[in-house]
Ligand binder design. Sequence first.
Ligand code: ADP
Ligand code: TZD
Ligand code: MG
Length: 571
Amino acid sequence: MADGATETEVELTDGFHLIIDALKLNGIENIYHVPGIPVTDLGRMMQAEGMRVVSFRHESNAGNAAAIAGYLTRKPGVCLTVSAPGFLNGLVSLSHATTNCWPMILISGSSEREIVDLQKGDYEEMDQLAIAKPLCKAAYRILHAEDIGIGIARAIRAAVSGRPGGVYLDVPASLLGQTIEAAKGAQSLIQVVDPAPAQFPSQAAIDRALDTLKGAKKPLIILGKGAAYAQCDDLVRQFVETSGAPYIAMSMAKGLLPDDHPQYAGAARSLVLKESDCVMLIGARLNWLLSHGQGRQWGEPHTKKFIHIDIDPKEMDSNQPIDAPLVGDIESCLTMMTASMDGWQKPDAEWTDAITTKTAINIERMSGKLMSNAVPMDYHGALGRLKKIFADHPDAILVNEGANTLDFARSIIDMSKPRKRLDVGTWGVMGVGMGTAIAAAVETDHPVVCIEGDSAFGFSGMEVETICRYNLPICVVIFNNSGIYRGTDTDPTGRDPAPTVFVRDAKYDMMMQAFGGEGVTARSPDDLERAVRDAIASRKPTLVNALIDPEAGTESGRIGNLNPQSVVKKK
Ligand code: ADP
Ligand code: TZD
Ligand code: MG
């Protein structure tokens, strides 16, 4: 205090403003939110301080938005919720972010510790910290205003360093109103230095990987969404091209190199998985999405060698013995690899020619189906048109969920730029659609086209109001086959609708109209193409209700094999 100043002249700050200042100091500007006690004013003040506060209709969707914002930006996406029920609603997406290795911070208001800990029955009483802990990478509670700087710094560092993931930050109501001297508060804030430090592998590990790759006759590279997250796109391309090896891309890694790249073996996936003798995984786990590296698909019994780049050492040998583990960040690993690849001998033409031939046959086989003009539409006829639209709009972001709708769209629609395909991730979560689309539009300002199963859409459909309210350039295309997988099941007893069917030919387009957006029904591929092209050109919130033949899909899309079988005959 300056000499002679009275007590009342000391400038004060409070918990609300320290949280805002700490987030802004660390470059966090967007907040995905649902208001209520005790964070209503926090949301308002964030907006008043220039942050972009996107207010949702349900915390799951706000959380899914934060999760994908983290994936797109490499900064933690922040979701702000109320206590107990709001917190629990946000928790699914926090686990989803952690499972997918995306940085996210769930900040939830909470009730007073003294009351919660003695279970005296507070408003929305719940021991949130204890519940969050097993479901995320780290969980912290801040009790004192002077600790806000440290609390936020720890949350940011935990979310983005090493293998990224979800972090829970518990903010009791009493913290927000706590006051301290403004100067002291400012001093307590931390700008996190080098939040995700580079992690270099040893030269010995690099040499081992290069020797293993050199020894391969039939190498294969698999790019995963970790490689897309790493945002070293030119380096990935340089490495793949120098190696000359064919590659496939996991769903969200599509477009990291353009899908029409001559080394892309996506259309010859079965052949390369089966026949390859050395597989290099770059930011992809050998989890269920890759059949754990075993089984018929992989040509088992096999003696394939594996090279694996991942930032998490525990990922090595999780399913298959890894001959050459490269523990480090992808940028550092590939920088070191490419530095030693001068004059690299490319794989034999016998291997790459076989793949090129197979690719051409499979693409040709598919192209006829994509020209289908059948009405009601089948998946191929509808997706054939959307494929052309994405080819014409390489910057448009594709959000995709559903079963058949997901599986067909993933293999049919080519991506030509990185991080343009956003989907259900490692768990295959239905309901990520609208939150993902909203964050994609907010973070990038590119047009977003969502290709949604009608069931998948239903999980987050109310957010069309949010899309209209913020006037976001999002076109939601619903593949309306009146059901989950198919719209044709019946109840054998004749009493109720079957569990997998919905109201036939529901008018989803009216939902968008209800909030002032464009709502269109598409019965034919021509209708569909016209409506989506108009939506991208106008950037107006649009919902296209694309009527798909209820008979066209198959059980669980491409993963029907995961359904357990009953020995009792069906009625
Ligand atoms: P996909 O589903 O596309 O196969 P996964 O989510 O299974 O991808 O795998 C992504 C992997 O990438 C995770 O194991 C994660 O630890 C890893 N990862 C994320 N970021 C990096 C990075 N910068 N460097 C190295 N590995 C990373
Ligand atoms: N709940 C959640 C959160 N995630 C899930 N994956 C499921 C339920 C189960 N599920 C799937 O795996 S796909 C799907 C559900 C309900 C919907 C498929 O129907 P759809 O797509 O209409 O979205 P298609 O085109 O009709 O196959
Ligand atoms: Mg459906």
